[in-house]
Design a protein around this ligand. Structure first.
Ligand SMILES: *Cc1c(COP(=O)(O)O)cnc(C)c1O
Length: 392
């Protein structure tokens, strides 16, 4: 693997910000640094300052930054074929589909390019398969920002300006299977749930919740969709979070870590839940470069036993966090390296302090510090992060 060439380093942070402010629609509240390169669990800004990355592109860089397997896979594929239409077969797409079916325990894949697109595909598949149109989703859910996915996303500030959305979505309290039973009608196509809520604040359901929801869905002939966009690919200490609960959905979404950092989304589904000819399509879905990157990432996760490592490091991380003495800490929770630290104050100040001291953290639902580092993070790096959070 060739080394990163520091001679192309841009040092003019001010100019980057100036261009961004002038030319990019200002939808993001950015942290005041520009990232330049990274490796494993660390990234460097344009001043050469190093950070331990506990954001990981929001649960994307599970194999770490610029993993040699992913870099090599992209390079080799880029020299061979970058894009062709889904009018043709490619070996790399067929191989990835086989891998995803095997890892997910489901039957067939549809490829797209992002999490929200995976949710769109899941919703369309549920409708076309059941000939019903309604959905049940959970309070504090996050499923994406396009019109369909936004319809099953709970947060009013995301939804409000864009209504009317898909009608007939009923929101029920998370972690309450009876609420789902009461919400399902003869017109309900599917229930959609995150097996652990990510954006909603790292909310972990009780052990029986998903099992009970499965039973309710079976009794009523309703499809169950698990949105594993954030929880997939070892993030929670299983290949997919459903593995913690021993429950199989009818449709599962994935994205974020799927492409090893390359944009990619997909759904997998049960054998008899499938799209027919022309019922869905995507120009870029299953693009050769994305598939190659994904195969590289999956190889890295397997070879380096990152699923097991996620469990081990996650337990260590949580134990260290629980030792912190801070009056404002309410709870440390999580599975694997999907960890939330709930505070009784807003966490923006901690995020700023941590960044100044070389640790990138992210705050979700205002009061929860989300910790989702690359699964390759070391104990030493975890100790540093815990110290910084303690001192913040
Ligand atoms: C991030 C996320 C999405 C949306 O993914 P995008 O790639 O940003 O569209 C959907 N569902 C869940 C659970 C997510 O965490």
């Amino acid at each position: 693997m060739t080394e990163y060439n520091s001679s192309i380093l841009t040092t003019d942070y001010g100019l980057i910000v100036k261009k961004d402010t002038q030319y990019v629609m200002q939808t993001y509240t950015r942290q005041p640094i520009a990232l330049d390169h990274g490796s494993g669990s660390v990234v460097f800004d344009t001043n050469g300052k190093e950070y331990i990355d506990c954001v990981a592109g929001i649960a994307v860089n599970n194999v770490g930054h610029c993993h040699p397997r992913v870099v090599e896979a992209i390079k080799q594929q880029a020299e061979r074929l970058i894009h062709v239409s889904n009018l043709y077969y490619t070996e790399v797409q067929a191989n990835l589909a086989e891998q995803l079916v095997s890892l997910s325990g489901m039957s067939r894949v549809f490829f797209c390019n992002s999490g929200t697109e995976a949710v769109e595909a899941a919703m369309k598949l549920a409708r076309v398969n059941t000939k019903k149109k309604n959905f049940v989703a959970a309070d504090h859910s996050f499923h994406g920002r396009t019109m369909g996915a936004l319809s099953v996303t709970h947060k009013e500030i995301y939804r409000g300006p864009f209504e009317p959305l898909v009608k007939d979505v009923i929101f029920v309290p998370y972690n309450n299977a009876e609420a789902i039973a009461s919400a399902i009608t003869k017109d309900t196509a599917a229930v959609i749930l995150e097996p652990i809520q990510g954006e909603g604040g790292i909310n972990i359901p009780s052990d029986d919740y998903l099992k009970e929801v499965r039973e309710v869905c079976d009794d009523t002939g309703t499809l169950l969709i698990f949105d594993e966009v954030q929880t997939g690919f070892g993030r929670t200490g299983k290949w997919f979070c459903k593995g913690h609960f021993g429950v199989e959905p009818d449709i599962m979404t994935m994205a974020k870590a799927l492409g090893g950092g390359f944009p990619m989304g997909a759904i997998t589904a049960r054998d008899d839940v499938t799209f027919g000819k022309s019922e869905h399509a995507s120009t870029f879905g299953g693009n050769p470069l994305a598939c190659a990157a994904s195969l590289g990432a999956i190889e890295a996760i397997s070879e380096e036993k990152l699923v097991e490592r996620s469990n081990e490091m996650g337990n260590y991380f949580k134990a260290q966090l629980k030792n912190i003495k801070r009056d404002d800490m309410i709870e440390v929770r999580g599975k694997g390296l999907m960890i939330g630290v709930e505070l009784n104050t807003k966490c923006a100040d901690i995020v700023n302090y941590a960044r100044e001291h070389g640790v990138l953290l992210n705050c979700t639902s205002d009061f929860v510090i989300r910790i989702a580092p690359p699964l390759v993070i070391t104990k030493e790096q975890i100790d540093t992060v815990v110290n910084v959070i303690e001192q913040a």
